[in-house]
Design a protein around this ligand. Structure first.
Ligand code: ARG
Length: 464
């Protein structure tokens, strides 16, 4: 009974056919095949050292694992109907090739520590690739900022023109944001260095396998301090998924800006044909689908993250089969992150910036804060200066006059403190030059940002 099952002994009936399908995860976790093979190899060597496997048996197992690897890489690994997951499939094939020798491989281990070990190895590989992509994006951001260094644009709050900023300052805001995300990923990477193997089902392995050597061979930095902790919890993949989802959702905000700015109404930027699509009916359309999809996929990632968080809340200790559902969400989030980073970098690299349209969009009302600051410097309390300037803005609007073109005689009606020099305040370059404090949008400050960012790019913290 329990035909072909690795756990068949205590069963008297076959598994219900629908239950069988319901419980299988191989279509998802086959993505872990190379990690699972590496773990099998290391475990076989560990068992060899303690005499569970003879040298000859170990050699046969390692050869068979090589054959299985070959079968997987050439798409010749035949998944069979009884294969529950990648772990049981590999064990089944190993036993087919080596006979009873293969039956020894599961000594002192469980799929519970095996699956977490595979998963952390997979995440480490994925994070290293994602960190490369982030480095590429950061470089693209800084290059684009340098190319457009002194371009002044309207800065927005509430999507209303607020104060003038440098376009390069806007771009660099993404650099610092993603740099913080990177730090969170590096912490995730550190946690991927804890080895679950040796924790077995929940209580730790009953065999004196040399775990330190195993960790070294598999590229882990430390052993797990508690077998229940590392097999029961999914905090490491979940925190990493949180950071990845945050990255995608950060990109989605920049995507939204660029979508808006690429409209005919704004015309600030043009997305390269390579990253746009057309309409099946309207011949004139050029749609920013690349950026819209980043926004849409951010929503999917949030759904997967929510599923992961829900999966673990209130779950009794330690392993429960619920946890098998984690992988599809993790894999999806990793895939969306890689895709979004790749596409966003490409869009930014090829983005055409329309300096003329951006400059034309600058409204003199962006200088209202300068006027209030002028009065404040003359000794007027800021709140009064704010109200006076607000009244002048209202007058200028009602009289169809630009704020920097209200005649001095009129300004004096509002405050006797206005002098000719107010017009020096009311220009965009001046507004920027007053904002060179650290992190401000002044040219000097943005230059400092570029230097600092370039230094980080040359000497990234991600170099482990
Ligand atoms: N496929 C399982 C998973 O991904 C492996 C662990 C199964 N363990 C068990 N006790 N049934 O979670």
């Amino acid at each position: 009974m329990g035909k072909g099952k690795i756990w068949k002994g205590r069963f008297s009936k076959e598994t219900d056919v629908e239950m069988e399908k319901f419980s299988h995860s191989i279509e998802t976790d086959k993505l872990l095949f190379s990690e699972d093979l590496a773990v099998n190899k290391a475990w076989a060597q560990g068992l060899n050292k303690i005499g569970i496997l003879s040298n000859k048996e170990t050699k046969e197992i390692l050869n068979a694992l090589g054959v299985i690897k070959e079968e997987f890489s050439s798409d010749n690994f035949a998944i069979q109907s009884g294969d529950e997951d990648i772990h049981s499939a590999i064990e089944r094939r190993l036993t087919e090739i080596t006979g009873v020798i293969g039956e020894k491989i599961h000594t002192g281990r469980s799929r519970n520590d095996q699956v977490m070990t595979d998963l952390l190895l997979y995440l480490k590989k994925a994070l290293l690739e994602i960190l490369e992509q982030i480095a590429e994006l950061e470089k693209t951001v800084v290059d684009k900022a340098k190319d457009n260094f002194d371009l002044i644009m309207p800065g927005y709050t509430h999507l209303q023109q607020a104060q003038p900023i440098l376009f390069s300052h806007y771009l660099l805001s993404l650099f610092w944001l993603i740099e913080r995300d990177k730090e969170s990923l590096l912490l995730g990477l550190k946690h991927c260095g804890i080895m679950p193997l040796g924790s077995a089902a929940l209580a730790g392995t009953g065999f004196p396998v040399d775990l330190k050597t195993l960790a070294r061979d598999l590229g882990f930095n430390e052993l797990s301090n508690n077998s229940l902790d590392i097999t029961a919890h999914r905090d490491i993949p979940t925190s990493i998924s949180f950071t990845l989802t945050t990255i995608i959702s950060h990109l989605s905000r920049y995507a939204s800006d660029l979508i808006l700015w690429s409209t005919d109404e704004f015309g600030f930027v043009e997305i390269d044909d390579k990253y746009a699509t057309g309409s099946s009916i309207m011949p004139q359309k050029k749609n920013p689908d690349s950026l819209e999809l980043i926004r849409g996929k951010a929503a999917s990632a949030i759904g997967h993250l929510t599923a992961l968080l829900s999966l673990c809340q209130g779950l009794p200790h330690s392993y429960n089969r619920d946890l098998q559902e984690d992988k599809k969400h993790i894999f999806e989030i990793v895939g969306i992150t890689k895709g979004s980073l790749e596409i966003f970098s490409g869009v930014l690299k090829t983005l055409k910036v329309n300096k003329e349209r951006i400059t034309r969009a600058l409204s003199s009302a962006l200088l209202a804060t300068e006027m209030a600051d002028y009065l404040t410097e003359k000794g007027v309390p800021f709140r009064t200066a704010h109200t006076t300037t607000g009244n002048i803005v209202k007058w200028a609007k009602n009289n169809n006059t630009a704020l920097n073109e209200v005649p001095l005689s009129k300004l004096k009606d509002f405050s006797s403190l206005f002098e000719e020099e107010i017009y020096d305040y009311l220009n965009f370059k001046n507004a920027l030059s007053r904002r060179n404090s650290t992190g401000g949008t002044g040219e000097k400050s943005v230059k400092e940002q570029i230097n600092k960012a370039s230094k980080i790019i040359r000497n990234p913290k991600s170099k482990l």
